[in-house]
Design a protein around this ligand. Structure first.
Ligand code: 13P
Ligand code: SF4
Length: 361
């Protein structure tokens, strides 16, 4: 990982949108197929338009794994996504995150020392085998932990398939770091609330049940999706008769269980796009995506479940000045803000990612 946070030179902030647009398109054409820009659906409108490919976390991982030609992969998303792209691409390819401060608060909620402590305590307490699964919204170190312990990664698109596979064997699933995705998926696949254990890494001496849990939930969360509440579901239903509520599984189960439908970012996009004209949707996910869905579906009513909802601030750090700066550097033969995972960590993390990609293909 690059440890140097380069600061955007002030001159970029003075450029007009038209000038930035002209220069970004110029560099895209000059660099040709030496460059691929990947963009997550939560990116701002003024950035996502430059992406060669856009997708949710799973689709972007699959695209990175299949990308063999481009020398530079500029990732318009957050840090863990760029790390994943670096792990899945070859050592000659360079992954660039236009602003290194585009992190993810959820990914920072599982730290390796805490996860190892939890693992040791569970292994000592229970005779059952434990399998670690991490949401891709996690650091490369956590993915490597899962890789070396026979586990895998998952995304919100394939968590169900991965649970279905793992539940064929009688093992304890240690799910990192999103409590909500874990609970929502576990309940959907028949794990009862009393078979789940919520692990608080700040209280590792917590009392453990005598009977081994089926699923251990790490108490991490997404600061954006955690802001949706069941009261908002009630309010929107009262205000708009017949509206359907569609939420991301990073929302709490109190919200998911009141919603009509829950699913990954790709699921949300597909559901709204394929719904009949005239239908109404209250969507519980990141605001850039909801606003784009509303624009792209003018024949439907699409609104955010939380009207005072904020954006994912870290996703929003990738803006047009940072993208232009990254391309300016590449065109000058300089790679700034490269994301590089050390080979030992990358090798183990890749095991976990490959196991997921194999189940999802
Ligand atoms: P997906 O892209 O897997 O839907 O995840 C949403 C998210 O929070 C990305 O940070
Ligand atoms: Fe992280 Fe949530 Fe932002 Fe996704 S939306 S990057 S999980 S903080």
């Amino acid at each position: 990982m690059s440890l140097i946070q380069e600061i955007l030179p002030a001159e970029y902030l003075a450029l007009s949108p038209a000038e930035m647009d002209r220069r970004i398109l110029h560099y895209k054409s000059v660099l040709g197929n030496r460059l691929v820009i990947l963009g997550h659906h939560y990116q701002r409108d003024d950035v996502i338009g430059y992406a060669d490919y856009r997708g949710d976390s799973l689709k972007l991982s699959q695209l990175a794994a299949g990308e063999r030609q481009a020398e530079y992969i500029v990732f318009c998303g957050v840090h863990f996504m760029a790390e994943t792209a670096d792990i899945l691409t070859s050592s000659q390819q360079k992954v660039i995150l236009p602003d290194l401060q585009a992190g993810c608060s959820m990914a920072d909620m599982a730290d390796l020392a805490q996860v190892e402590e939890c693992w040791d305590i569970l292994a000592e307490e229970y005779s059952k085998e434990i399998v670690p699964v991490t949401y891709v919204n996690s650091t490369a170190e956590i993915k490597a932990f899962c890789g070396r312990h026979g586990g895998m990664t998952c995304t919100s698109s394939n968590a169900g398939r991965i649970f279905a596979r793992l539940l064929q064997e009688d093992r304890i699933i240690l799910f990192l770091p999103d409590e909500h995705l874990a609970r929502n998926t576990g309940l959907e696949y028949g794990i009862k609330p009393e078979e789940m254990l919520l692990w608080d890494p700040e209280a590792p001496d917590q009392e453990l049940p005598a009977r081994a849990p089926h699923l251990v939930l790490w108490n991490g969360f997404c600061s954006v999706h955690q802001r949706f509440t069941p009261e908002q579901v009630d309010q929107v239903r009262q205000k708009y008769t017949g509206i359907k509520v569609l939420v991301h599984p990073e929302c709490s189960n109190a919200v998911v269980s009141k919603a009509d439908l829950a699913g990954s970012t790709e699921f949300i996009i597909r559901t709204v796009s394929e719904s009949p004209a005239g239908s109404s949707w209250a969507v519980g996910t990141e605001l850039n995506l909801v606003n784009r869905l509303a624009k792209e579906n003018p024949d439907k009513q699409v609104l955010c479940l939380n009207e005072t909802m904020c954006l994912c601030v870290t996703m929003n750090r990738i803006d047009r000045p940072h993208l232009l700066w990254a391309l300016d550097n590449l065109a000058a033969g300089r790679v700034g803000n490269q994301i590089k995972i050390d080979p030992a960590t990358a090798g183990e993390a890749r095991l976990a990612l490959d196991r997921m990609l194999e189940i999802s293909s």
